[in-house]
Write a protein that binds this ligand. Structure first.
Ligand code: GDP
Length: 298
């Protein structure tokens, strides 16, 4: 039988730019710094962050001979240093239920992430209730029901077009009555009318606070890594619409654009709780800055 083909090793941006092999030592000069900046920007790190990272790399090395491995390792260290403070799992609170409000634009992966999280919490022995708060999108509600079945978690729904806040209130009442550990609330992601969306989100918050003044305990913003720098503007927009407490970055499988995470960490300092690495229920991983930085370097 033919030997198994070698698994393809997809080089990260550094690998693509500088090759995988050890190069002869080159002088770290302006030209090298410029090409470093360029690869960082290409990897979606954003200009500001790219400039700062390369400036830090240059410190103590400028004009010296360096190997490509030294630069690669220095970059990984520098990037991990930026990511380290934001890599934090979602904090858990003793409230019953602790409420997780999930926000983000349509298509970012909210439904999928809720399903994956619900499954993880179930596996940890916690009881979970999901509220399908995007009542205007029938497809979204159906999709959430599919995920609920997969995760073994009840999904509360309301008639199409009905008030999401009223559903949230009912879900809160039910979750409290059942002593559920977690209530996860999906929300609409229509940015076309931001005033409406803001009103909708703040009404949800208002009504659940009638039942628990500390709720929501977490407000997760779900971002799609493949949207690159758009993720930055989405954080800015959603921070105005809701009290975002942490991020989940989806679709980090199959994108070379993961650098946006570095830009996000650098710019906002919001905790990154988890990353989506596929479409299956187990494809939600804790965010490991060291591993991520190395993978990004390729
Ligand atoms: P929502 O509109 O924000 O609720 O987004 P969905 O959860 O419906 O996700 C939109 C699409 O992205 C679906 O096709 C998902 O399967 C896909 N998706 C979500 N998360 C990931 C991920 O981490 N990796 C990949 N490859 N696809 C994802």
């Amino acid at each position: 039988p033919a030997p198994e083909p070698e698994p393809e090793r997809r080089p990260g941006f550094f690998g693509r730019m500088f090759g995988q092999t050890e190069e002869p030592r080159r002088i770290l000069d302006d030209a090298m710094l410029e090409s470093l900046e360029e690869v960082l920007i290409q990897a979606d790190m954003g200009v500001e962050t790219a400039l700062r990272v390369t400036a830090n790399i240059a410190e103590g090395r400028y004009g010296r001979r360096v190997s490509s491995r030294e630069i690669k390792e220095a970059l990984a260290t520098e990037i991990a240093r930026i990511l380290e403070p934001v890599a934090r799992p979602m904090p858990l609170y003793p409230s019953r239920p602790q409420v997780v409000l999930v926000v983000g634009v349509n298509g970012s992966g909210k439904t999928t992430t809720i399903g994956k999280l619900a499954s993880q919490f179930r596996a940890a022995g916690k009881s979970v209730v999901i509220a399908a708060g995007d009542t205007f999108r029938a497809a979204a509600v159906e999709q959430l029901q599919v995920w609920g079945r997969r995760a073994g978690v009840p999904v509360l729904t309301a008639p199409e077009g009905s008030d999401p806040a009223s559903l949230a209130f009912d879900a809160m009442t039910k979750a409290q009555a059942e002593g559920a550990d977690l209530l996860m609330i999906d929300t609409a992601g229509r940015l076309q009318n931001r005033t409406d969306l803001m009103e909708e989100l703040s009404k949800i918050v208002r009504v659940i606070r009638k039942k628990d003044p500390d709720a929501p305990h977490n407000t997760l913003l779900v971002l799609d890594a493949t949207t690159g720098q758009n993720a930055l503007s989405q954080v800015e927009i959603f921070r105005k619409l809701a009290d975002v407490s942490g991020l989940v970055m989806t679709k980090l499988d199959g994108t070379a654009k993961g650098g946006v995470l570095v830009a996000l960490a650098d710019r906002f300092g919001l905790p990154i709780h988890a990353i989506g690495v596929g479409e299956q229920i187990d494809d939600l991983a804790p965010f490991d800055p060291e591993e991520f930085a190395r993978a990004l370097m390729g």
